[in-house]
Design a protein around this ligand. Structure first.
Ligand code: ADP
Ligand code: MG
Length: 277
């Protein structure tokens, strides 16, 4: 019989049962779970404090937990309970999704430009607008961090590992966060940056991936990536033709100058997102 850890014993006592692994990060694993208390399918993010470096433990994790406790939005994954166990494990109990957006894209290649991509993107813009209105920045917006229901109709933003409160807007951020392929030019170059405008860039990358199935900028070297960003987005051969208003929105979000990018409130009113092709 497999050994039960001290943490799992505590979870079992609280009525939780862990199942298969849904996703894995450097210091955490997300597992499917069931519970006698919450009758819905659950996911539990198991954070191993003992494996984590101090920046994660004393800076990012406390921020993530404080932000998760504060936010509630239909397009942000709902946290149901936080369980701390003295063996260094932290369990973040949340509602379960069927898969993430990257998994859906791997299955489908790309999303037909409308209405599926538009609907999912509009929901994520709504979640980001909610955060930005509260002076919260996500800083790791990417397809893997968008969860979907089984029918792919409801999207929920997750993974607040790099999220931060920007007290006096525009409070500049300085930490390189998230993954390079989604990072704005200013994040890549390491200059102080406006977290909200960087989030808008990442949304542009996400939209491009959703409607074309390609990454807009793709290189393992940060300097080459930055050069590509400066030249502007190129639609690869084989990319499907897109409605002009959709391309215009991508160009606005992927504007090299942070101050020229629209805010989430403006994007929510965008004509393509509201039905113009
Ligand atoms: P990390 O900080 O390791 O990236 P995430 O919170 O992004 O952690 O979770 C990693 C992966 O686990 C996600 O990309 C997704 O595939 C899966 N996952 C996370 N939360 C859930 C959930 N609530 N329901 C289903 N799958 C999830
Ligand atoms: Mg993640």
């Amino acid at each position: 019989m497999p050994k039960t850890s001290a943490g799992e014993k505590v979870l079992n006592d609280l009525g939780y049962k862990l199942g298969q692994t849904l996703g894995e990060g450097s210091f955490s694993k997300v597992k499917a779970a069931t519970s006698t208390k919450h009758k819905v399918p659950l996911a539990i993010k198991v954070v191993d404090r003992q494996r984590a470096p101090s920046a994660f433990l004393y800076k990012f994790l406390p921020r993530e937990l404080s932000i998760l406790r504060k936010i509630r939005h239909p397009n942000i994954v709902q946290i149901l309970e936080l369980i701390e166990v003295c063996n260094g494990k932290l369990y973040i109990v949340m509602e379960a999704a069927a898969f993430d957006l990257l998994q859906l894209l791997h299955e489908q290649g790309k999303l037909p430009c409308t209405p599926q991509a538009r609907d999912i993107f509009a929901q994520i813009v709504g979640a980001v607008r909610y955060l930005h209105d509260r002076n919260l920045v996500h800083r790791d917006l990417k397809c893997e961090n968008v969860l979907l229901t089984a029918d792919s109709r409801r999207a929920k933003l997750t993974d607040f590992s790099f999220s931060k409160e920007v007290n006096v807007y525009p409070d500049m951020c300085t930490t390189f966060c998230g993954s390079a392929a989604y990072a704005s030019p200013e994040v890549l170059t390491g200059i102080p940056y406006d977290g909200k405008k960087s989030d808008m860039w990442s949304l542009g990358v996400m939209l491009f991936v959703m409607v074309t199935g390609f990454m807009p900028f793709n290189d393992t070297h940060v300097r080459t990536l930055h050069k590509q960003q400066k030249k502007g987005v190129l639609y690869p051969e084989g990319a499907p033709p897109l409605p002009e208003p959709c391309k215009a929105l991508i160009a606005q979000l992927l504007n090299f100058s942070a101050e020229c990018r629209p805010g989430a409130g403006q994007v929510a009113k965008n004509c393509w997102l509201n039905g113009v092709n």
